[in-house]
Design a protein around this ligand. Structure first.
Ligand code: HEM
Length: 309
């Protein structure tokens, strides 16, 4: 999905129309038509392969657009709620949301928390900029620097997050602490692999690790969006529990990044290796998941973020 957005082209994934050069003059028939009439079996299978590849690309773009909208809304909420309270020196207001939040006199922990929240705003903006194909194509130097800053700051956010989890705690008990800690450790590992592969010039591997990093770094966002989609779909907090420690929370503490990571791996494999039918099925599956994600974004906006502003 991320790959569709950044417009990558690997030898195994090229659609037939990309292999056969297009004529510039739209009124002259292209080589596909002049060499192979549309009625031959190979022309038909080529057309369906082409259609399936386009469907998968479109599904990837739809997913990407909902992520842009949803993460922008999250960014505005974090900047307005936490930034607004900080600007008025009203740090206690943070505790209307956070469980292990601001502690009067706890300077080290407060500094970690404030840095974490500031990093969250910059990282979310940086991640969205990194995925814009136009910027990548026309401003490669910016893409490279933004990528370095993005991964570097994500490492800092993961470290401050780990510190906060194990010194101040979080909602949801041990499962949440363990789940978000694994998320933090995976961010450190994937960011390192993305960086090492870029340094060694292995661009394809770098891109894959960068995509995995993006998914992991978005774990905090997927958690909230998935939670609200689940609640809306079940019309209530099924499996959540009064103390925020129910079976769904225990599952989603890990699922919020493992499920999207799994979807990304399937997408990459289907895009590079699968036939037309599998691609179409994957496009349909991704579209349905994206609709569910859109429901969660709506739920988070209306149920979580707007009421706090
Ligand atoms: C790197 C990407 C991350 C971003 C963008 C991010 C962003 C945020 C944001 C925006 C909040 C405020 C939540 C809200 O108002 O709904 C938050 C809270 C928090 N984050 Fe992160 N975070 C990231 C990674 C992590 C990691 C890896 C950990 C732990 C290992 C972590 C631990 C925490 C904790 C403990 C809180 C406070 C929760 C509470 O007190 O209830 N974060 N984070």
């Amino acid at each position: 999905m991320v790959a569709a957005v950044i417009g990558r082209r690997r030898s195994g994934t090229l659609a037939c129309r990309e292999i056969i050069p297009r004529r510039k003059d739209p009124f002259v028939l292209g080589p596909e038509r002049s060499v192979l009439p549309m009625t031959t079996p190979s022309a038909i299978s080529r057309t369906s392969a082409d259609g399936a590849a386009s469907a998968l690309r479109l599904a990837g773009r739809f997913w990407y657009l909902t992520v842009v909208v949803g993460q922008l809304l999250f960014l505005i909420y974090v900047a307005a709620f936490y930034g607004g309270a900080a600007a008025g020196a009203n740090f206690e207001k943070w505790n209307e949301v956070l469980v292990g939040g601001y502690v009067a006199g706890g300077h080290v922990g407060n500094l970690a928390l404030a840095s974490h929240l500031l990093l969250a705003v910059v990282i979310t903006a940086g991640g969205l900029l990194q995925l814009i194909p136009w910027l990548r194509a026309r401003a490669l130097a910016f893409h490279r620097w933004n990528g370095r800053v993005y991964l570097g700051l994500a490492v800092l956010a993961a470290l401050t997050g780990l510190y906060m989890v194990w010194t101040r705690g979080t909602a949801g008990g041990l499962a949440m602490r363990a789940g978000i800690s694994v998320n933090g450790l995976l961010i450190l590992a994937c960011a390192a692999l993305a960086w090492i592969n870029a340094r060694r010039g292995r661009i394809d591997a770098h891109r894959r690790w960068a995509m995995r990093s993006f998914i992991l770094i978005s774990g905090v966002w997927f958690f909230r969006v998935g939670l609200m989609a689940w609640i809306l779909a079940h019309q209530g907090p099924v499996g959540i529990g009064d103390d925020f420690d129910g079976p769904f929370v225990r599952f989603w503490a890990y699922g919020c990044y493992l499920v999207p990571l799994g979807v990304l791996e399937i997408y990459l494999r289907v895009q590079s290796q699968a036939g037309a039918r599998t691609r179409l099925a994957a496009a349909l599956g991704l579209t349905l998941l994206t609709l569910f994600q859109a429901l969660g974004i709506f739920g988070a906006l209306v149920g979580m973020w707007l009421p706090r502003l």
